[in-house]
Design a protein around this ligand. Structure first.
Ligand code: OAD
Length: 248
């Protein structure tokens, strides 16, 4: 099992006009200095994400939840895309059918130049009304106090919390591109939060060659056709270098 095999599969997809789908998780932003949710450094003040990223937690302790998001925002504001994000953005230009599906809320894919992408879990760069008023308000500056909507309700980060529905259109689109993919890359995700975690298996059951990029094993590892074990900031640029240095 080697990176050569991945390059061959991607090259074949390119030649045959097949489509490539990539699912990313927090691991791709780890090398930008943004902590992942789980594993080493994944905890914040001993709280698990499942305890903080919920409407129940926000109702019970809005200041604590807000502080966690402000902490993440502070890190994200200072962070920039890493070679893994850049490689995905470059890959997009190589394929006529290329789709990026991200669980990440940090917008580093866009900042790296990715254009064809869907966000499954929203974006941390904006707030919205906790009671559902439609406006999205950009959170440009740190805000120690939770801002209020004009309706009087608290504002909350424009991300998807546990127990909430994912944006319907984004999820539908992600499912379609997963079903159509000839090659599906699952990058830097622990593969335990559904429905995103089902997409690689949906792709595989529809004939995709499934490649996992992750330094550690995940529940997806045993179902993957190829596992590229290592940091995405190293593996993805190598993949791109192999794709661009060979004749098609
Ligand atoms: P996790 O924190 O669950 O998993 C991060 C994954 O990245 C792990 O499998 C790590 O082994 C891997 N990883 C770490 N460093 C890496 C590197 N340099 N290169 C590649 N992989 C690396 O993050 P997600 O799978 O994204 O949801 O978590 C899924 C969802 O759970 C998140 O979107 C978020 C969270 O709660 C919501 O906020 C709704």
């Amino acid at each position: 099992m080697s990176i050569e095999q991945a390059i061959d599969r991607l090259k074949e997809a390119k030649l045959k006009g097949g489509s490539v789908a990539v699912l990313t998780g927090a691991g791709i932003s780890a090398e930008s200095g943004i902590p992942t949710f789980r594993g080493a450094g994944g905890l914040w003040k001993t709280c698990r994400p499942e305890e903080l990223a919920t409407a129940e937690a926000f109702e019970a302790q809005p200041e604590v939840v807000w502080e966690w998001y402000e902490w993440r925002r502070g890190i994200i504001r200072k962070a920039g895309p890493n070679p893994g994000h850049l490689a995905i953005a470059q890959m997009e230009s190589l394929f006529s059918n290329f789709f990026l599906i991200t669980q990440n809320v940090d917008n580093l894919h866009e900042r790296a130049g990715s254009r064809t992408l869907v966000h499954l879990h929203g974006t941390i760069s904006h707030n919205r009304c906790y009671h559902g008023c439609p406006a999205l308000i950009e959170a440009k500056e740190p805000q120690a106090m939770i801002p209020k909507c004009s309706c009087g309700a608290l504002m909350r980060p424009a991300v998807v919390w546990f127990g909430e529905m994912l944006p319907e259109e984004a999820l539908e689109h992600a499912a379609i591109v997963s079903q159509e993919a000839s090659v599906f890359l699952s990058v830097g995700t622990s593969g335990i939060v559904h429905p995103a975690a089902s997409l690689p298996l949906l792709a595989k059951s529809n004939g995709a060659f499934l490649i996992e990029v992750n330094p550690d094993p995940t529940p997806l590892t045993s179902s993957s056709d190829l596992v590229l074990q290592g940091p995405s900031g190293v593996i993805l640029p190598s993949l791109m270098a192999g794709l661009t240095s060979r004749t098609p």
